[in-house]
Design a protein around this ligand. Structure first.
Ligand SMILES: [Zn+2]
Length: 241
């Protein structure tokens, strides 16, 4: 017998499956990433309507049978379709980067409610405000990385704990001071303002990040960091950001 389960979910991806179905990948509040088969979703008058559009927040009901690898979506009700975001290229690009990042960072059914909240919080910020949308995407990726075991150390030197940072070491995951910088020849020299901005990126909320532009240097540091630690960080959407 299947179990009938319900949760909130952000749609990450939706691809055609067989003649009339779709395979839909969600990030859910209670079950982490889920890939569900939506029967009849490709029919013109499908009951799912726009609920299976990428970056939509839904309440979903699905059937889970222990014997199956792909579970079945029974119903999806839109809670927020983020209309402003959907109609605006730069916002949509930022959302696409966060969504692709989340999709690639998780295997199915590894629950992480904090990551679900981060994703929804970032989407709501992109929907409601105006500013540096890319900063929200970078903040979201760095925060998600922190929640899956790759928290960067941004408050003091990784080696001697002195406060003044001279370089950023992607490999070691944070700052090194001037005297310890020789420990990693690949570390990148950083300015004091970049150090402050990276701290704000990781620790500040999304609205604060939206208001504070992110420079090219800081973007490059975050990209290097994520590329080093997450082997699947090769995002198609990132070059449009
Ligand atoms: Zn040091």
């Amino acid at each position: 017998m299947p179990r009938i389960l319900s949760t909130e979910a952000v749609c990450l991806r939706s691809v055609p499956h067989r003649e009339t179905s779709k395979l839909v990948t969600f990030f859910t509040r209670d079950f982490g990433k889920l890939v569900l088969r939506a029967k009849g979703a490709r029919r013109p008058k499908s009951k799912f309507g726009a609920a299976l559009e990428v970056a939509t927040l839904d309440r979903i009901i699905f059937y889970r049978r222990e014997t199956r690898t792909i579970q079945t979506l029974s119903d999806a009700e839109i809670l927020n379709d983020f209309p402003v975001l959907r109609g605006d290229g730069p916002r949509l690009t930022a959302a696409a980067v966060m969504i692709e990042f989340t999709d690639r960072s998780f295997e199915p059914e590894a629950p992480n409610p904090a990551v679900f909240q981060l994703l929804v919080g970032a989407l709501r910020t992109l929907e409601a405000g105006t500013g540096d949308y890319a900063a929200v995407a970078y903040a979201c990726m760095l925060k998600v990385a922190g929640r899956i075991g790759y928290a960067p150390q941004l408050s003091h030197c990784l080696s001697c704990r002195r406060a003044r940072a001279a370089t950023f070491s992607p490999r070691r995951g944070g700052f090194l001071c001037a005297s310890c910088s020789t420990q990693d020849a690949a570390a990148t020299r950083v300015t004091a303002s970049s150090v402050r901005r990276l701290r704000r990126l990781y620790l500040g909320d999304f609205a604060d990040n939206l208001r504070t532009p992110l420079g090219a240097e800081e973007r490059a540091l975050v990209t290097q960091y994520l590329q080093y630690h997450l082997d699947r960080f090769d995002l198609k959407s990132l070059r449009f950001l």
